[in-house]
Design a protein around this ligand. Structure first.
Ligand SMILES: NC(=O)c1ccc[n+]([C@@H]2O[C@H](COP(=O)([O-])OP(=O)(O)OC[C@H]3O[C@@H](n4cnc5c(N)ncnc54)[C@H](OP(=O)(O)O)[C@@H]3O)[C@@H](O)[C@H]2O)c1
Length: 324
């Protein structure tokens, strides 16, 4: 496992980190003991960063992580959690207001609940689960978070940018208002390299990459029967509904062919593509099996990404938002 500096925090974080949405149960039934075992296996293999949220299983993912921390005897594990806004903005709205979404009383209540579920005295990293560009100049949220830092309840603060809107983080990154920005960046969504990454580099804001596997499609393991194998009501069944699954499958098959002379799997290419941007501090991989944990840890090998492949991949960029 290779490690990277996490912006200006002084932390060294593993290139591969653990995305813990699935542990909450929204992607299908979960066994908590299996989840704790997956977390402990990942810590043993050098993963020292976990991403979760109050929203993931409405606290359940945090509780499971808290239990894993109590059982872990090794080095420091950084846990990044998130707080939902009182009301999510409409994903189609271009410039939603931030004011009113994070009142002080609400942030305080949310943080106390997360501290309790994780069983810690201080949150390593608290991310706002929602962001609107107007909040770069309307700073009530930051006053509250700074107060909580001074009180010792939070160590670092971050923001998770809305799905498929990387440019919403550019001013925030230029200003360096937070320690980290979380964004979707993968073989389909390539836009963060244009403006967000240079802006984050200018202020040493850490970049946390999410959905490197496009929530599963870029694993390269789908077959035409995969959709019907998912549990009714699960997150992935909703995301890839209707024509979405077949459209995605077609594009993934083209990508598999393109990367095959370079990598043994599309999953390997997907992770190494993301890691080839030095602005990315860590890739939060959603993973539940021992096999995928070991595979992903193995992809963090410090090897460079072929320039000619990167150039060819630009033709496969694809912008859409299946979270709505
Ligand atoms: N708004 C936000 O802030 C936001 C939104 C979405 C996600 N997130 C964060 O990002 C994390 C990752 O998102 P995600 O789980 O949706 O997407 P993801 O990491 O792109 O994909 C996860 C899927 O990829 C599979 N996988 C992982 N490693 C693999 C490998 N080496 N080979 C083959 N398949 C592999 C996993 O399978 P197995 O489960 O079978 O191992 C799982 O089905 C979440 O857990 C959460 O922490 C944040």
């Amino acid at each position: 496992m290779q490690y990277r500096s996490f912006g200006k925090t002084g932390w060294d974080v593993s290139e591969i980190s653990f995305g813990a949405w699935q542990l909450g149960g929204q992607w299908g039934a979960v066994d908590d003991e299996e989840s704790i075992s997956a977390l402990l296996q990942s810590y043993e293999q050098g993963i020292n960063f976990v991403d979760t949220a109050e929203f993931y299983g409405f606290g359940h993912s945090e509780e499971v992580i808290g239990e894993s921390l109590r059982r872990w005897q090794g080095d420091k594990i950084y846990v990044a959690t998130k707080i939902r806004p009182i009301q999510w903005p409409n994903p189609d709205q271009d410039d939603p207001q931030m004011r009113g979404r994070y009142p002080e009383w609400y942030i305080r209540e949310g943080i106390d609940a997360s501290l309790k579920r994780l069983g810690v005295e201080q949150l390593d990293l608290l991310q706002l689960h929602c962001w609107a560009p107007s909040a770069a100049t309307e700073l009530d949220w930051l006053e509250t978070l700074n107060a909580l830092k001074i009180e010792g309840k939070i160590n670092k603060i971050g923001v998770s940018i809305r799905d498929y809107r990387p440019d919403e983080g550019v001013d925030l990154a230029k200003l360096g208002l937070v320690d980290s920005i979380q964004v979707i960046f993968n073989l389909f969504e390539q836009r963060p390299v244009d403006a967000l990454f240079p802006a984050s580099a200018s202020s040493s804001t850490a970049i946390i990459d999410r959905v490197a596997f496009d929530s599963g499609s870029l694993s390269g393991l789908w077959t035409p029967a995969t959709y019907d194998s998912w549990e009714d009501g699960s997150q992935q069944k909703e995301m890839f509904r209707g024509e979405r699954f077949s459209e995605t499958y077609k594009r993934v098959e083209a990508l598999k062919e393109l990367v095959s002379p370079y990598y043994s799997s599309l999953a390997e290419a997907a992770v190494k593509y993301v890691l080839s941007s030095p602005e990315v501090s860590t890739v939060i991989a959603g993973m539940s099996s021992s096999r995928n944990i070991a595979r992903n840890v193995g992809y963090s090998d410090g090897e460079s990404f072929p320039d000619e492949l990167r150039t060819q991949l630009t033709d496969h960029a694809w912008i859409r938002n299946y979270y709505k």
